[in-house]
Design a binder for this molecule. Structure first.
Ligand SMILES: Cc1cc2nc3c(=O)[nH]c(=O)nc-3n(C[C@H](O)[C@H](O)[C@H](O)COP(=O)(O)OP(=O)(O)OC[C@H]3O[C@@H](n4cnc5c(N)ncnc54)[C@H](O)[C@@H]3O)c2cc1C
Length: 556
């Protein structure tokens, strides 16, 4: 998937629709769909050609109903074709908050629906065999904090919700991701990453094969949802349909402003670096998606062999992606300084719709008027889930969508809601930085205590060595040489384990210090105040045991 050949093939409207994205540059060839120019009568009209609309259209068509999908510009030109491409289990709402809200059993049911959405994407990728989707398994959710209790509780909850995961200890994480910023991680075994634009285009082709009719450059200008037949007006034609499915995400404002006001639009920025060579695979040894503990920032993965794609820096008001290139490359440098100066080949943005409760909006608003929206930053599995639930409800009368009725349409606060969302992003980022610094400081103290202990053992062993030598009986052949017997009190039995630990510690110590320059600085401080390190050493010893215990518990 080379940029030059692909972007050469791209038409001017494609460039405008998809932006300067790596996805656009590596987009699979797809036929343009014509605008709607004939009045039509259909069973269902889907508004919005993102992943929600495309999945709904395909699944309704598969069940034999006539479906038309209207897309304002090009298919998947919105968040669906611009996201970082992680197909994850669960929802945008944290699992523990979901349990608090609806109880464990209902939360578990909801998680299994979200899992079905993920499975759907995986199956579709496999069955369509479309070019350029490049699925990679796994999602590693890495913590920059050292709070093992919090981490273990979360791992346990995910397990109870039926999520297939592995807990990784700090050592495991750092062996794979060469960053000292990271502590524990959760490896989500069933997650995958995809090229979302090529996936959406494959889904569009599948929907057409199943009988759906897709129209591009066809905005729905107005909807009359009253009456048995809903009326939809477009620039070139009118439509009448028994059902309408609203999948326009944050752009619903022009059509139904009160509904649009239930979403906070958040824009995220994505870059793809220049090829980084072999150094990248040595530094980032995980091929799936990776996220830091901060929700808003640092979601990344390797694409195109040796490029890094990274997203973050959300804002409540969209800005030009070029403003964030410096901040995003700076984030890479902070995590992986060994990659050196990294430059970006591509930079783009995308806007997602956040609900107040961080759960999607799925259901029938009134007879024949359906909504699939508010997927937030967790839409790749949940749009698939929503499209399937709505198709089943409409055609087969299935009522599973009602599981989402606890998550009502809540006004998102207008401009104040946006300002609050922006403030929340900043607060979270700041909090994450503070927590990270504290965790690193604790780790430093623990390391120093370990080094001091190793040095003490080494010194003790070195002091004991000559005495042990002296205490050894002289060989019989040299009996004529008079042996100088040490005083009885100094006779120390030769203790193999201590001697070998001391030797290992003595050998390891200088290397460890070379690796960690800040350690020396800190160690000097501890040496300067001999009373404190003892207290710290005891505390950190207990903490270390807890950490070791924790990492053994969470090992797969
Ligand atoms: C930068 C970024 C990274 C993300 N990363 C991830 C991730 O890794 N994993 C994950 O699960 N989720 C992620 N998301 C979220 C995910 O992309 C979205 O939740 C999901 O794509 C939403 O799909 P959708 O179909 O609801 O909306 P959209 O993809 O926005 O589609 C809506 C479509 O409706 C069309 N439209 C609007 N108005 C009209 C109209 N009047 N008439 C006709 N058509 C109209 C638009 O042109 C658009 O194509 C990310 C989002 C962003 C922005």
């Amino acid at each position: 998937m080379e940029r030059v050949s692909q972007s050469f093939l791209m038409s001017e409207p494609d460039k405008i629709a998809y932006g300067d994205s790596w996805y656009a540059a590596t987009m699979a060839e797809t036929p343009p769909r014509p605008p709607l120019s004939l009045d039509l009568d259909v069973d269902v009209c889907v508004i919005g050609g993102g992943l929600a609309g495309l999945t709904a259209a395909r699944e309704i068509a598969r069940r034999g109903w006539s479906v038309v999908l209207l897309e304002r510009g090009r298919l998947a030109q919105g968040a669906s074709g611009r996201n970082i491409g992680f197909v994850l289990p669960g929802f945008g709402a944290d699992a523990d908050k979901l349990v608090t809200r609806v109880g464990f059993e209902r939360a578990k049911d909801l998680w299994s629906l979200a899992q079905a959405g993920l499975d759907y994407v995986r199956r579709t990728v496999a069955s369509e065999k479309a070019a350029g989707i490049d699925p990679q398994n796994g999602w590693l959710y890495v913590s920059k904090k050292d709070n093992s209790d919090e981490f273990l509780n979360y791992v346990a909850l995910l397990g109870e919700l039926g999520c297939e995961i592995e807990g990784w200890s700090t050592e495991q994480v750092r062996a794979v991701l060469r960053s000292e910023r990271y502590f524990y991680a959760i490896n989500y075994l069933q997650a995958l990453t995809i090229h979302p634009l090529n996936y959406a285009l494959a889904l569009a082709a599948a929907a057409e094969r199943d009988g759906a009719r897709l129209f591009e450059d066809t905005p729905a200008l107005s909807i009359d949802p009253t009456g048995v037949r809903k009326r939809i007006v477009t620039p070139g034609a009118r439509l009448r349909a028994d059902h309408v499915v609203l999948c326009a995400n944050v752009e619903l404002g022009g059509l139904l402003p009160r509904l649009a006001a239930t979403l906070v639009p958040m824009t995220s920025y994505v870059i793809t670096t220049v090829p980084l060579g072999e150094n990248l695979a040595e530094t980032v040894g995980y091929r799936g998606g990776i996220s830091d503990s901060d929700h808003a920032d640092n979601h990344y993965r390797i694409v195109g062999g040796d490029r890094l794609m990274l997203s973050g820096r959300s804002t409540a008001w969209a800005r030009d992606a070029r403003h964030y290139v410096g901040a995003l490359t700076g984030d890479i440098k902070q995590t992986y300084p060994q990659l050196g100066e990294v430059t970006a080949d591509y930079a783009w943005n995308g806007t997602l719709g956040l609900t107040v409760h961080r759960m999607p909006q799925i259901g029938e608003l009134g007879p024949g008027v359906w909504l699939a929206s508010g997927f937030g930053g967790h839409g790749l599995n949940t749009t698939a889930m929503a499209g399937n639930l709505i198709a089943r409800a409409m055609v087969e009368g299935d009522q599973t969508w009602r599981s989402f009725t606890p998550f009502e349409l809540v006004w998102a606060g207008g401009v104040c809601g946006r300002a609050a969302a922006q403030a929340w992003v900043w607060i979270r980022r700041l909090r994450s930085r503070i927590e990270e610094r504290r965790a690193k400081a604790r780790e430093l103290v623990q390391r120093q205590a370990r080094d001091l202990e190793a040095a003490r053992v080494a010194r003790q062993a070195a002091a004991e060595e000559p005495m042990q030598e002296a205490a050894r009986p002289a060989p019989m052949a040299e009996a004529s040489v008079p042996a100088v017997a040490p005083p009885a009190a100094d006779l120390v039995p030769i203790d193999e384990p201590v001697t070998s630990v001391a030797a290992v510690a003595a050998a390891a110590l200088p290397a460890g210090r070379d690796d960690e320059p800040r350690q020396e600085e800190g160690a000097a401080q501890v040496h300067g105040s001999p009373a404190k390190p003892r207290r710290k050493k005891r505390r950190s010893g207990a903490k270390r045991r807890a950490e070791q215990g924790a990492s053994q518990d969470i090992k797969p």
